[in-house]
Design a protein around this ligand. Structure first.
Ligand code: BGC
Length: 709
């Protein structure tokens, strides 16, 4: 693709300054003009001063082995005399956290490759390729980086010199595969106030991902300087320590007169903006927030009679919006913003109900396929931007769990077909690194990350790594077996292997000491003493004041493990718990997104840590899949995936007056709602397809329609 075009860039490494590449040309009357374009780093293209397309941070974040190419119809933008201009930034590809950029000094930097195809009125073709006929200058974006923000000088005078072309064979150019990232909504200032320190701060009343737009009249060279933050500290002051090394700033040098501007090549995770410098009075119209995320369609809705729970549902949606920016990131604000595979694995079911993420995950899984190590190890960050990061249980299991969920929600068999060889390699790889056959033991693991039973000073809960890793080894092997069967393979290898793992697990691990250990044993069906283990789990929770202690591993399955084993009411107690630690505790503390840590802000208003304290980390938002799938009871059917048929078994509680879930599937909208009416419940079920419905133990086989029980 783009075979006749060259990679071009500014003649020397622009470091943090953004280069601008320019090509002028004339055109007569035309029938059609099409721009195909990509970059190393990210780009913003304009034609005659008008932005081409609306893809923010194009060409997106992918494996460093490939870049996506976008195609734009620019017919209506072509004039007689034209200027095609492209500003380049670092994006993820050349971001400062991409370790290959710091480890080896690359002989390439931000670069452009494009082709403009013009068909004139008589049908003749002509082409403009990126080559040495282009001009290059350093541009008005004088500093840009996705972590540190952007500086823009509206008075900057560009000096153009011939562009440099070079060979770079490190990437394949592929067509746009994922959803594009777009501006989604504008949020106006909710309040502008002075902090106790006397700083001027704007509150947008919502933690979000995107950037700001400034609008002001100014004199040339006057400065705007803004900083971004998610939270205020307990005294009400602006707080950015949890961003760690990410500076997240925006600086702007004004031109004379009216200035309207937004950053071009970066993004921020924020609720608050501190106005460090502004040449005139700050009003709600001077600075607004623009929400940016992948252009995924909302499909899932939850609602209840409890306002705190509704806020939690909203926070889960905002957590997804904020972290689905081309890559499923852990968080959008501090110096990470990476595709941590464990986080995506934990959240994928919820994600696929909330939004249509079929394309989004197809693209990311392709990056996983490309970045898997040849020995089968799955990096814990995809795209693989960080040095050595080999397989770890739960995280690397994203390679089986995510494709399987995308298949269940969207009936996407091709993603299974593509990933199946990678999954098999991964399972084989575990066999080569474990110290005990048929288990996964004595390897370095993240464990029950952020579990509250962690020893002092550790991020890792005290659950046994070998129990967790072996349970996931078993689970992934069962999925590979199932997927092989879906794809029509006759191979028995994974069926046999999973049986062996299960037997060995049961023989080796008989005692489960933590909440998370009990959860994995129950959820993955790895104990013969389910009743006793469930009772133990329930007792641990009750003795802890009906509160959880689980981290990244136990939390997503905790409520399932309880409700599947006769403790549905206790699951509701956890869901509705308002004291720390709980989902609603953060809501009561004013959260507008999902927190990374249960006590991001504790009940004294203090931060638990400054190092690992994101206020926009979607992982614990995975509780929504229990609300969709158990509380409201909407489940996919494995042999009729993509909601071709549906299973609905609501589990109501008298602790709520009402709960409802709605999922817009490829076959139509499925809805399940229940209402408390005196001592009983009224159920309202809508199914667009054949459904098996279980109401209070009684099974109904229904055709499509709306039913009230
Ligand atoms: C990330 C997590 C991630 C973890 C690995 C953190 O720094 O933010 O969400 O999964 O590292 O344990």
């Amino acid at each position: 693709m783009l075979n006749n075009s060259k990679w071009i860039s500014y003649p020397t490494d622009p470091v943090f300054h953004s280069p601008v590449l320019k090509r002028t040309f004339s055109a007569g009357e035309i029938k059609r003009a099409t721009l195909e374009i990509t970059s190393l780093g990210c780009y913003v293209a304009t034609l005659n001063g008008q932005r081409v397309g609306d893809f923010i941070l194009a060409p997106g974040g992918t494996s460093v082995k490939r870049v996506q190419m976008q195609t734009y119809d620019v017919t209506s933008m072509i004039k007689e005399d034209n200027v095609l201009q492209v500003t380049l930034g670092k994006g993820w590809f050349r971001g400062r956290l991409n370790t290959r950029n710091s480890e080896e000094k690359p002989d390439w930097y931000e670069a452009l490759k494009c082709q403009l195809h013009i068909v004139d009125k008589d049908g003749n073709d002509s082409y403009i390729y990126s080559d040495e006929d282009w001009q290059a200058s350093l541009g008005p974006v004088t500093f840009t980086d996705i972590y540190d923000g952007e500086h823009y000088d509206a008075t900057y005078e560009m000096e153009f010199v011939p562009a440099k072309s070079f060979d770079y064979t490190g990437v394949d150019i592929v067509k746009q595969q994922g959803e594009i990232v777009k501006e989604q909504e504008i949020i106006k200032a909710h309040r502008i106030f002075k902090t106790p320190k006397g700083e001027t701060v704007i509150d947008f009343n919502q933690n979000l991902t995107g950037y700001c737009q400034i609008e002001l009249d100014a004199k040339a060279k006057e400065r705007v300087s803004l900083s971004f933050a998610e939270v205020l500290d307990k005294d009400g002051n602006f707080y950015t320590e949890n961003y760690r090394s990410a500076k997240s700033e925006f600086e702007y040098i004004c031109k004379e007169g009216k200035n309207v501007h937004k950053p071009l090549l970066t993004f921020y995770g924020f609720r608050y903006i501190r106005v460090n410098e502004f040449p005139c009075e700050v009003t709600p119209d001077s600075i607004s927030a623009i929400v940016v995320h992948s252009d995924i369609k909302r499909t899932g809705y939850l609602s209840s009679s409890n306002p705190l729970l509704n806020k939690l549902f909203s926070n889960i949606i905002w957590g997804q919006k904020g972290n689905f920016l081309d890559i499923p990131t852990d968080c959008p604000q501090r110096d990470e913003r990476m595709g941590w595979v464990g986080d995506a694995q934990v959240f994928v079911r919820t994600a696929s109900y909330n939004y249509d993420v079929n394309r989004f995950f197809e693209k990311w899984l392709e990056d996983m396929r490309l970045d898997q190590y040849p020995n089968g190890s799955v990096p814990f960050i995809i795209p693989h931007y960080w040095g050595e990061c080999g397989s770890t249980a739960v995280w690397s299991d994203a390679i089986t769990i995510c494709p399987w969920q995308i298949y269940l929600t969207y009936a996407n068999k091709s993603v299974l077909r593509k990933m199946y060889p990678c999954m098999k390699k991964y399972i084989d790889h575990i066999g080569t690194i474990t110290k005990s056959k048929y288990l996964w033991t004595e390897c370095w693991q993240f464990g029950d990350w952020l579990g509250l039973d962690a020893p002092a000073g550790s991020y890792k809960g005290s659950s046994n790594d070998d129990i967790i890793a072996s349970a996931f080894y078993y689970y992934s092997t069962t999925l590979v077996d199932k997927i092989g069967k879906v794809l029509g393979y006759k191979c028995k290898k994974h069926e046999t292997l999973s049986k062996r793992i299960k037997e060995k697990f049961k023989k080796t691990f008989k005692e489960f000491k933590t909440q998370t250990e009990c959860v994995v044993a129950l959820y993955f069906d790895l104990t013969d003493n389910k009743e006793a283990v469930a009772k133990k789990l329930a007792n641990m929770i009750i003795e802890n004041g009906k509160r959880l202690k689980t981290g990244f591993v136990g939390t997503p399955y905790l409520l399932h493990a309880l409700s599947e084993n006769g403790y549905c009411e206790l699951a509701y107690d956890l869901l509705l718990q308002e004291d720390y630690p709980s989902w609603l505790f953060s809501v009561k503390q004013g959260a507008t997104t999902i927190w990374e840590h249960w006590d991001g802000v504790n009940d004294k208003g203090e931060f638990w840590s400054k190092d690992m304290n994101s206020f926009n980390h979607y992982a614990y938002g995975s509780v929504a899949d229990w609300v969709y799938g158990v509380a409201c009871g909407i489940k996919t059917v494995e042999d009729k995936p993509g909601f071709e048929e549906v299973f609905i078994a609501p589990h109501p509680t008298k602790k709520l007056n009402h709960l409802s879930a709605k999922i817009e599937t490829r076959h139509g909208t499925v809805e399940s709602a229940w209402y408390k009416e005196g001592n009983s419940f009224r159920y309202e079920i809508t199914t667009p397809v054949k459904a098996t419905v279980v109401i209070e133990g009684k099974t109904y086989n229904l055709e499509k329609g709306r039913y009230v029980f």
